[in-house]
Write a protein that binds this ligand. Structure first.
Ligand code: ADP
Length: 226
């Protein structure tokens, strides 16, 4: 479902952020992308989401080369992908409800459906009753859960998450990980960049390890393996 073929990314500065990456992720997998800071994790996520293009190589999602999509096909791709950024990228001055509803409005979903679906997802995230609160008044962990709710509200086939537990305490991180586990059990493919050793060890999922832009390990049921 996700495949990279000889993918490299060289930034204008000359930095080789990714060097000849070949990865295959099947539908329904939950894969961790690990490695030290600067290893290329965020770059790979940005390429998979087509926020940036590779300098060389090809990326296929659901059998399509994402470099070659028409604008309509690109829209369809984005509809089927949920993304959670390291810095949340929420509308801080807007309510919890509106932040999640925003993702559905972007797909022109009818209001009746939005009104039904948003509270359903917020409940899963433990945010029931918080709909009207402004995002800027929430804690970091709560904001992160809003970001996850927004990413999954349209029931995407794939979720990419870039360090979603970044600044969270261990207990909150673990709670969030249960949410991802559930999303994955419901059929969504999850690719998560993280440097959280404990979480990787506890989850026992497949682990891809990057080191200075190269894929140095691909463990089927790995713990932290640097
Ligand atoms: P990670 O997510 O593993 O910390 P990144 O993908 O953010 O790694 O970065 C990989 C390398 O590419 C780092 O050396 C980083 O400084 C560099 N890099 C990332 N983004 C850019 C950019 N936009 N321009 C130039 N260099 C970049």
């Amino acid at each position: 479902m996700i495949q990279t073929v000889n993918v490299s990314k060289i930034y204008k500065t000359g930095m080789i952020a990714l060097d000849d990456i070949n990865i295959q992720v099947q539908a329904g997998e939950f894969v961790f992308l690990t490695g030290a800071s600067g290893a290329g994790k965020s770059t790979l996520i940005r390429l998979l989401f087509r926020e940036e293009l590779p300098s060389a190589g090809k990326i296929f999602i659901a059998g399509r080369n994402i470099d070659r999509l028409s604008s309509k096909q690109r829209l369809i791709l984005r509809r089927n992908i949920g993304i959670i950024f390291q810095d949340f990228r929420l509308l801080e001055k807007s309510s919890v409800f509106n932040n999640v509803a925003f993702a559905m409005k972007a797909l022109e979903k009818p209001w009746v459906e939005i009104k039904r679906r948003v509270p359903e997802v917020l409940e899963k995230m433990g945010l029931s009753g918080r709909e009207k609160e402004l995002v800027q008044h929430l804690s970091g962990g709560e904001q992160q859960r809003v970001a996850v709710a927004r990413a999954v509200v349209n029931k995407p086939h794939i979720v990419f998450a870039d360090e979603p537990t970044g600044d969270l305490d261990p207990q909150t991180s673990w709670g969030l990980m249960q949410v991802f586990k559930q999303i994955n059990l419901e059929g969504t493919t999850v690719v998560m960049a993280t440097h959280d050793k404990e979480i990787v060890n506890l989850m026992q999922n497949r682990v891809l390890v990057l080191d200075k832009g190269r894929l140095i390990k691909d463990e089927a049921k790995g713990g932290w393996a640097l």
